[in-house]
Design a protein around this ligand. Structure first.
Ligand code: SF4
Ligand code: SF4
Length: 378
């Protein structure tokens, strides 16, 4: 297992964690076996948004004295008042559900303000007692860090600008990222098949969100990594062929600021399938050719896929472009840490052989980018 620092929280989380959604409704033995398998791979982060008592109890019992070995993302405002997954901003209801989670797990590592996708969601949290409650939970040590979950890049940026959260959970996959920002990704996912003809490269607002997260050190954990399985299916993928599990995981892990992907697994075998990512070759993880198969406006825009490697002088080209893109957000205030990261990339070694540009499926002017980045970083 590899670990990455989750933004301002400073916590090192496993690159693959476990989304526990599909444990809901499973018998205890299957729930425990799935958790045991994940922990056997040294997974150390679990997402628990489900409001139902039974699944929460199953997870607590399965963890037992291993609770201290994992970090839990627990969602504040996730309820099942109407006997189905529900969002509440009503403080007595919110408290009832969240405090049950605290009783079961003792504390919550990442207290997530649940589901901020619209202006109403935002107001329901930041213009009510909800936010006071969340901040009090942190002061009391009931939650160790404040995060939030969202599927909407505009709202996510707005929440980050409050300076309250230290991390966020966001839906990231190679279909959602291409969806124009005015589409509701969940509506698109559940009521339509992915319609490839509306995709035109990575949506600028989503790309901006990932850059802002890096700039402000907001770590990202990922949900919907496989687009509810549709990206893996020949019948539903918007691309010329389906992606593999490893390609989807790699896509998410190569977005700026992403620390961990949290796929929902419902069995030991599903955990094993996802963990094959760590033994996959670079070629097996490479998603560039699949996502370049849609009619696209990627031309000239780096998607950080590393398809251009290898470089004879070992420059990490995707990293150069990533730092360059982030630095351009605010050229006069480039954080010193970014200077350090950039300097370590040794771009001065480039011999302008052009091999990378021949390999890039998206016609990125790599040599020019390297020169422009050198000028920007001085
Ligand atoms: S330059 Fe092209 S091939 Fe290289 S990381 Fe960017 S998009 Fe991928
Ligand atoms: S042009 Fe520069 S960055 Fe590209 S492969 Fe050659 S040496 Fe590496």
């Amino acid at each position: 297992m590899n670990y990455r620092v989750l933004g301002k929280t400073g916590k090192r989380v496993s690159e693959i964690g476990l989304g526990c959604e599909f444990l809901d409704g499973l018998p205890y033995a299957l729930c425990k076996a799935t958790i045991d398998e994940a922990l056997g791979y040294n997974v150390n982060i679990l997402d628990v948004f489900m409001p139902r008592t039974e699944v929460r109890e199953h997870i607590a019992k399965a963890l037992g004295n291993r609770r201290k070995n994992v970090m839990i993302q627990g969602h504040i405002g996730s309820t099942d008042v109407n006997k189905q997954y529900d969002i509440s901003r009503d403080i007595p209801t919110v408290k009832k559900y969240f405090e049950q989670m605290l009783r079961l797990y003792g504390y919550i590592d990442f207290g997530m303000m649940f589901f901020i996708d619209s202006e109403d969601d935002y107001k329901g949290i930041f213009e009510t007692e909800f936010i006071t409650y969340v901040q009090k939970l942190k002061q009391q040590g009931d939650i160790h860090h404040i995060g939030f979950s969202s599927h909407n890049p505009i709202m996510a940026i707005k929440v980050i600008e409050t300076e309250v959260p230290e991390m966020m959970m966001f839906s990231i996959n190679p279909a959602f990222d291409m969806l124009p920002v005015d589409y509701d990704v969940l509506e698109h996912l559940y009521s339509n098949d992915f319609e490839g003809d509306i995709y035109h490269g990575i949506d600028p607002k989503r790309a901006e969100l990932y850059k802002i997260c890096t700039q402000k050190n907001i770590g990202i954990t990922v949900m919907k990594t496989f687009g509810s399985g549709k990206l893996l299916s020949p019948d539903h993928t918007p691309y010329a062929k389906p992606l593999t599990l490893s390609q989807c995981v790699h896509y998410a892990l190569t977005r700026p600021a992403v620390a961990s992907v949290l796929p929902g697994c419902r069995s030991v075998q599903e955990v094993r399938d996802v963990m094959q990512y760590f033994t996959a070759t670079d070629t097996e993880k490479d998603y560039a050719e699949v996502i370049s198969s849609i009619q696209n406006d990627f031309k000239g825009s780096c998607v950080y896929c590393s398809h251009c490697q290898p470089c004879p002088v070992e420059i990490d080209i995707a990293a150069v472009t990533r730092y360059y893109d982030i630095a351009r957000l605010d050229e006069n205030n480039i954080p010193p840490s970014m200077h350090q990261h950039y300097t370590a990339l040794n771009t001065a070694e480039c011999i302008e052989c052009g091999n990378c540009e021949k390999r890039c499926p998206f016609s990125v002017p790599i040599i020019k980018n390297i020169k422009d980045a050198a000028r920007l970083f001085g």
